[in-house]
Write a protein that binds this ligand. Structure first.
Ligand code: ARG
Length: 430
């Protein structure tokens, strides 16, 4: 490994202890290395504005930072155990190429604010992706809800309850994912604050151009308390993982429904063939493995969030414990976004089996309609309810699933009204 930035004398650092300190930290730093470089460019610009580096040095540093980003992307530069972490690698490369200009780059900066700014920039990208994916899921659900409102049973306790429709099912997940768009935007708004310039957590005795770095990095605002900049680490990762988690909770529900609906016992849904797998021994099997892994993905996101939360039992100031939040964050996002990416296409292409769903609607499922009609006509609801319970088996006389659905006029329940309302809300979230 190159000498750690903090090594002051020749005393050799014990290799086993170094390995423990590092873990796979430098490998994890690959994930946001480009963001670290972008933040370093902004920092260099700020240093030039206050005369700590000359205009020539600034230009050289920016050129080398761009070259480093290009080499990292092409694979010509590999971020590996030669370096303690990605932050050190940047300084090492600039020093190797530019000498004194490279040695000046860490003026007024600490790896403590460097890791914060890289994480926040990385998360802004990921939350934008999360928002886009949730929006796409909502759009597909809205399209499918408008396309085919086929009657199907509505369940409570997984027992047949009342008439529902595929339109109502899709509209439910449309509304859920519109909420999830909002949650992604709220998390992004929280994270959209620049910690760069807060240094080790106590500010520095040089007038860093924080307005420049804030604008150059596209942050909506500055973090102003240097101590809180450090204390917010872990908290903002949790907020981001919550935003992914809420989308994955809905995904888990949806996947549960589909795993039921694809059984022979329900027989309501056929999944696109590529979303199913076979068995190594049972030639007859077609298994909804993708749906099951979509359901399972929530566990990884929730575990990541819990791991970050558990790390936060800390006093004020930077503590190395926080390093472990990176692995959880990256893993949680990779699992969560990986699952959400599959949803739109699968939802767009799943096929409903209209006959099986219609056949599963029993006459007794109109009993609630009967009781409410009587109540509206003046019979006290409890009396109408008892009467309808006694005649439930014949409640379907003169009724069809379509007539039951068409009478669902309470606000939001009617399909068209519901979909118009949802479309308007989704487009207001731009
Ligand atoms: N790898 C470290 C982390 O993620 C970077 C910050 C190191 N700061 C320090 N004071 N050792 O937390």
């Amino acid at each position: 490994m190159t000498q750690p930035l903090w090594q002051k004398s020749d005393t050799q650092v014990d290799a086993r202890i170094m390995r423990f300190l590092a873990g796979n930290d430098v490998v994890l730093d690959r994930e946001f290395f480009l963001h670290d470089i972008v933040a370093s460019k902004a920092h260099v610009g700020g240093l030039a504005n206050i005369g700590v580096v000359s205009a020539d040095e600034r230009d050289a540093l920016l050129r080398e930072l761009n070259a480093l980003a290009a080499d990292f992307t092409s694979g010509a530069f590999v971020l590996d155990e030669r370096f303690e972490d990605g932050h050190s690698a940047i300084e090492a490369r600039l020093t190797e190429r530019l000498g004194d200009a490279g040695r000046r780059v860490h003026t007024g900066r600490s790896r403590n604010d460097q890791v914060l700014v890289a994480t926040r920039l990385w998360l802004k990208d990921k939350l934008a992706t999360l928002e886009a994916l949730c929006r796409r899921v909502a759009e597909v659900c809205l399209e499918r809800a408008a396309g085919d409102a086929l009657p199907m049973p509505g369940y409570t306790h997984i027992q047949r309850a009342v008439v529902s429709s595929t339109g109502m099912w899709f509209a439910a997940f449309a509304e859920a994912f519109i909420d999830n768009v909002l949650r992604a935007r709220q998390a992004l708004a929280l994270i959209d604050a620049n910690p760069l310039g807060t240094a080790a957590g106590y500010g520095v005795n040089v007038a860093l151009d924080r307005a420049h770095t804030t604008a150059a990095l596209g942050f909506g605002r500055m973090q102003v308390s240097p101590i809180y900049a450090q204390l917010s680490r872990g908290k903002f990762e949790m907020a981001a993982l919550d935003a992914v988690g809420t989308a994955l909770l809905d995904t888990r529900r949806l996947a549960w429904d589909l795993s039921l609906f694809t059984t022979a016992e329900f027989g309501f849904v056929t999944l696109p063939a590529e979303y199913t797998t076979g068995s190594s021994i049972m030639p007859n099997k077609r298994n909804p493995d993708v749906v099951e892994l979509l359901r399972a993905s929530y566990a990884s996101v929730a575990a990541a969030r819990t791991e970050v939360e558990q790390l936060l039992s800390l006093p004020s100031g930077y503590q190395r414990d926080l390093q472990f939040s990176k692995g959880s964050l990256f893993h949680g996002f990779s699992m969560g976004l990986g699952a959400l990416e599959l949803l739109p296409d699968m939802l767009a292409r799943l096929e409903w089996k209209a006959d099986a769903m219609r056949a599963a609607i029993e006459p007794a499922m109109y009993a609630t309609d009967v009781a409410i009609e009587q109540a509206v006509a003046g019979v006290p609801f409890r009396d109408a309810y008892r009467a309808a319970a006694e005649t439930a088996a014949s409640a379907g006389e003169g009724r069809t699933p379509e007539s039951s659905l068409a009478a669902r006029t309470s606000p939001g329940a009617g399909n068209d009204l519901m979909l118009d309302t949802l479309r308007a809300r989704l487009s207001s979230l731009r």
